[in-house]
Write a protein that binds this ligand. Structure first.
Ligand code: CA2
Length: 138
């Protein structure tokens, strides 16, 4: 049984409540039920925080017990050297995911501090980006 930690960053608690045109109309809690049904052979843990330090704490904790981490760091993707350092420091491979296609949006979303320290990046498939990331751990 593989243990995978999904981590969502700032404002992703608003999924399904605001900006459905960009981020869809489903809450992450609803979608998590779907993911668990698609991957019954995985233990999927979920954590969301709006705070950079809490995200780093969870990367450090899961990074030595999980087989992989699926991380949508939200806007911290584009700003956080501290989250990049945490990813570099842990054992578990981290997949960077984005719901929207960050490269079709504003130029400040084109650069990620995390991509270079992640195993890979998936962007632009809506919530299905998370399923694609989990499939890579099968
Ligand atoms: O596309 C993604 O998944 C992003 O990581 C989402 C971030 C954004 O800053 C990144 O550039 C790309 C923003 C998350 C905001 O989430 C919301 C969800 C629903 C309603 C409002 C915001």
């Amino acid at each position: 049984m593989k243990r995978i930690q999904i981590i969502n960053g700032p404002n992703l608690n608003l999924l399904g409540k605001r900006e459905p045109g960009v981020y869809g109309s489903q809450s992450f809690d609803e979608y998590l039920t779907t993911l668990k049904a698609i991957f019954p052979q995985m233990t999927i843990d979920y954590f969301q925080s709006n705070s950079e330090g809490e995200l780093i704490d969870r990367i450090q904790e899961a990074g030595f017990v999980a087989d992989g981490i699926v991380l949508n760091a939200g806007a911290y993707t584009h700003t956080s050297i501290a989250i990049a350092d945490a990813i570099r420091a842990v054992q578990a491979p981290v997949i960077e995911v984005h719901i929207s296609n960050v490269f079709s949006r504003e130029s400040f979303r084109h650069h990620s501090y995390l991509s270079a320290v992640c195993k890979g990046s998936i962007s632009g498939f809506g919530l299905d980006s998370y399923r694609l990331a989990l499939a890579s751990f099968e």
